[in-house]
Design a protein around this ligand. Structure first.
Ligand SMILES: Nc1ncnc2c1ncn2[C@@H]1O[C@H](COP(=O)(O)OP(=O)(O)OP(=O)(O)O)[C@@H](O)[C@H]1O
Length: 868
């Protein structure tokens, strides 16, 4: 008889039906897909809850149910995220086309807005400059909210940093670790509050790590089960387990990717927090970026190459922190889970053996770990040196080219490069032997021992029962082996993280030093790197006596003594500039005992200041500002010329007025106008990089503020004409040259740069101006014109120069004399001044009268020498 074979579809259907009835006892007949899912879930729930069902079937139902739930959750979250993205995209496309119909595209878009709370909204272009569609680029802007700076946080943190730096907790804490203390302080910046999004991300990451471990455990068991199914030839069970395998693969792969994404996101968020924190403290009114050069640690590579520290070290620190966290948290969770499970399989003795092995090998590895933290720090410092030398070369390329300095520069660059290579290679060399030891122990010894431990229970049961249950043994062995390998992997990752921690210590130390230095400099009591000075010897001797009795008191006293070194007084909002009894001293670690350039300097402009008017002076109102046809200020403007030989301390007077140098002597008093009313022009003109010509004229005003105040380009054109720079504007049509972006430092000539400074003065209209050698590259007639402008608009100005020719533009003359920091102040135009200048002319004429006599003497000497 010929047996007719059922069609393939029917056979598959039969198989599926039998699979359900035999494996989970579900009888399926004529069901639709929708009813099938409800039926299956309900049946599985009944099986899980019921107590009369055989244990094996119940267990199987549990596994199946959890894999279905997990996979559905994964798919659901993926689908909802995708849906959300599509909706956002459609909405933005709709809004874009809608807006375009209504509003014509604007040429200029604001880059930021300041809110009433002090927060700032920035609009950052999301597209790269490579994208061709300009219009599209304008519309694709990401809005970023930057919270306002909270000064209280910085004040509070200042003490935390100081305490850790001085290691104040060393005596009071039982267990003291510099690294952990540093990390503790830094973590307050990385995760400021418990409900900060970073702590949520961290919790999520831990959640995913736990899930991953649970899934690995699950997969290990399933693996063993599948092998058992194959060996026993149970086809249906095998198919069911395989289905579970594919189901569980969905959340498993999702979890792995989620962990990686969360780690990266967390690292970037940490970086954002740290960088914003540093920006706020580095670039504010206290001018930390300038004062850093006077800090006690100014010569350390962290501060010397602060650009590298802020950009690269922070990235490395954040990456290292997140990877160390993942590298520690992951294996620790694995170790806990796996060891609990393995304890059931291998017994306490087995697990104890495994952990003993871990501790011994961990100790060996720890002992032979090279000082990777220090090595990483040294390599990072060399990296910074090399980078900043190149930067310096770019900034001064023209000067180097004129000097023909290429060979010297090449040697220096090569030297720095070789140092960098040497240090990088040193890290790899030191890692080489360690890696050999690590691989031998972690990869091979641990797996070898893993086989031993996994086989012990099987051997023992076989010997005791005398029966070799191959299938069960095989399953147990596979599960145990897989777990052992995972455990070994977890352990090895934990051991690897010893190396990572060591590296992280180096980065943490660098970032901590950077922030500690910034806090020191940012403090109101910054002491400009002063250390206990000679004049304070007495104090120190007293302190040494105190030291024996009370150490804490000593530190406090020592600190306050260091901080009270700057004793001068500054009075602000004064309607003039006045220096009284000020010793001009170069800031150094010797503080008040440092090099004294000028002694007890005293002068004031204007010579008479109405005390009542000193409080209410502020910027002119906008209407007045835009009107350049009238003198800006009431009353006559006053002016002072500071003359003196090179390096006598003229610029240093400007530094004191700008408050970037301290006043050390107690009776020194500096009175200065409000910030808006003082404008200091430095000797070396400064131009912002990558800015427009407009940005250069209005500096230090931002272009956003320029437009916000409703100032027009026409005013700039008028100012440029006043300083005879309007020919520059003719290089473009209309006012378009104002929008020209260039490297203005290189484009403008020396004289143009100095005239640009005068344009800035005319634009900002400060009541008081300090000019340092501001016209030494300008022709005499142009110089005359510029000083006349200052007089015409009645500015009060102080000019620092070496040229007595400028006397005619000033009311007062301050001469710094060569001998011992003395000076002479005189009113120009008065009888006294005229006589003093006449006296000087007389003495020069007397000297000139001797010239013919000296020439005769020279001739005589020459003839004598030729005879000899
Ligand atoms: N940051 C600093 N660290 C150490 N010494 C400094 C620092 N700044 C200036 N000096 C020194 O202070 C002295 C006075 O400098 P300053 O710039 O005031 O001179 P100057 O009178 O303006 O000279 P010049 O006419 O050449 O510009 C110089 O000897 C200079 O080397």
């Amino acid at each position: 008889m010929v047996e007719t074979k059922a069609p393939l579809g029917n056979r598959v259907q039969q198989l599926v039906l039998r699979l359900h009835s035999q494996c989970i006892g579900l009888q399926l007949k004529e069901v639709t897909l929708r009813s099938y899912i409800t039926l299956l879930l309900r049946h599985l729930l009944v099986l899980v809850k019921s107590s009369s069902v055989p244990q094996r079937r119940k267990r199987r139902a549990q596994i199946l149910l959890s894999s279905i739930i997990l996979s559905s959750l994964t798919v659901l979250s993926g689908v909802s995220y995708g849906g959300y993205q599509i909706i956002i995209k459609v909405l933005s496309m709709y809004r874009y086309s809608h807006d375009r119909r209504k509003i014509p595209p604007l040429r200029r878009t604001r880059s930021q807005t300041q809110l009433a709370t002090g927060a700032r909204i920035m609009y950052i272009s999301e597209k790269s400059s490579l994208d061709s569609n300009e219009l599209d680029k304008d519309h694709r802007r990401k809005k970023i909210l930057i919270p306002p700076k909270d000064d209280d946080v910085y004040e509070h943190d200042k003490f935390l940093f100081k305490n850790v730096e001085l290691e104040r907790g060393k005596n009071s804490q039982l267990f003291y670790s510099k690294f952990l203390n540093q990390m503790n302080v830094l973590f307050r910046i990385l995760i400021p509050t418990l409900w900060h999004k970073n702590s949520i991300l961290l919790t999520l990451q831990i959640g995913f790590l736990v899930m991953r471990t649970w899934l690995s455990l699950f997969v290990a068991k399933l693996d063993g089960q599948i092998v058992k199914d194959i060996i026993a030839g149970r086809g249906k069970r095998f198919l069911l387990d395989l289905a579970i395998w594919f189901l569980i693969a969905i959340p498993a792969s999702y979890t792995n990717s989620a962990i990686k994404l969360l780690q990266r996101k967390l690292s970037l968020n940490f970086r954002v927090n740290l960088t914003r924190y540093i920006h706020d403290i580095y670039l504010d009114k206290k001018l930390s970026f300038y004062k850093l050069m006077f800090d006690t640690k100014a010569s350390s590579s962290v501060i010397k190459n602060i650009d590298n520290s802020i950009s690269n070290d922070i990235t490395r620190f954040c990456d290292a922190t997140c990877s160390v966290f993942a590298n520690i948290a992951k294996p620790v969770i694995d170790l806990i889970f796996f060891s609990v499970y393995l304890r059931d399989n291998l017994g306490s003795f087995g697990v104890a053996g495994i952990f003993f092995n871990y501790f011994v090998t961990g100790y060996i590895l720890r002992r032979y770990t090279p000082p990777l933290g220090k090595l990483a720090s040294a390599s990072s410092a060399a990296d910074g040196d090399y980078y900043s030398y190149h930067l310096n070369l770019i900034n001064n390329n023209e000067e180097v080219a004129f000097y023909q300095g290429t060979p010297v520069e090449r040697i220096k660059v090569k030297e720095l490069y070789e140092t960098l290579m040497e240090r990088m290679l040193n890290v790899s060399k030191r890692k080489f032997c360690y890696n050999i030891l690590q691989d031998y122990i972690l990869k091979y010894t641990w797996s070898g021992l893993g086989y031993v431990f996994a086989s012990i229970p099987i051997v023992l049961t076989t010997i005791s029962s005398g029966v070799n249950a191959e299938q069960t043994n095989m399953r147990d062995f596979i599960v145990n082996k897989r777990l052992m390998l995972s455990l070994a992997d977890a352990g090895s990752r934990l051991m690897h993280s010893i190396k990572d921690i060591s590296q992280l210590t180096g980065y943490t130390n660098r970032i901590f030093s950077l922030l500690a230095a910034l806090h020191r400099v940012h403090s109101n009591k910054f002491n400009y790197g002063a250390v206990a000075s000679v004049s304070n010897k007495q104090l120190i001797t007293n302190e040494l006596a105190v030291k024996k009795t009370d150490d804490t008191l000593k530190i406090g006293k020592y600190q306050s003594q260091k901080e009270d070194i700057i004793r001068g007084t500054v009075q602000r909002n004064f309607n003039g500039i006045r220096l009284e009894n000020i010793d001009v001293i170069i800031p150094s670690n010797q503080a008040g005992d440092g090099i004294k350039l000028i002694r007890k300097l005293t002068f004031q402009i204007p010579t008479f200041v109405d005390p009542i008017s000193s409080k209410a002076e502020s910027m002119l109102d906008i209407k007045e500002m835009n009107d350049t046809t009238f003198p800006f200020f009431q009353g006559p403007g006053s002016s002072l010329l500071i003359l003196g030989p090179n390096s006598c301390g003229k610029t240093s007077i400007q530094r004191i007025i700008a408050e970037i140098w301290p006043i050390y002597n107690k009776n020194g008093l500096l009175s200065i106008p409000a910030e808006d009313n003082l404008f200091c022009v430095p000797q070396k003109p400064y131009f912002t990089r990558g800015g427009t010509l407009r940005d250069q004229i209005i500096y230090p005003m931002s272009s956003d503020e320029f437009y916000d105040r409703g100032i027009k380009d026409a005013q700039l054109v008028q100012i440029m004409a006043e300083v005879h720079l309007d020919y520059l504007l003719k290089r473009g049509t209309g006012f378009s040259y104002l929008d020209n972006v260039a490297d203005w430092k290189d484009v403008l000539s020396g004289g143009e740069k100095q005239r640009m400074n005068f344009a800035r003065i005319l634009f900002h209209k400060p009541r008081f101006v300090v000019l340092d050698e501001a016209t030494n590259a300008i022709s005499a007639d142009m110089e005359d014109h510029l000083f006349n402008i200052l007089k015409k608009y009645r500015f009060n100005f102080i000019t620092i120069s070496q040229r007595p020719a400028l006397i005619e533009y000033h009311d007062l003359l301050l001469e710094i004399l060569e001998e011992g920091g003395s000076w002479r102040l005189q009113t120009l135009g008065t009888d006294e001044a005229i006589t003093s200048i006449d006296n000087e002319i007389d003495s020069l004429e007397k000297k000139l009268a001797n010239v013919s006599q000296w020439e005769l003497e020279r001739e005589k000497l020459k003839t004598v020498l030729s005879v000899v």
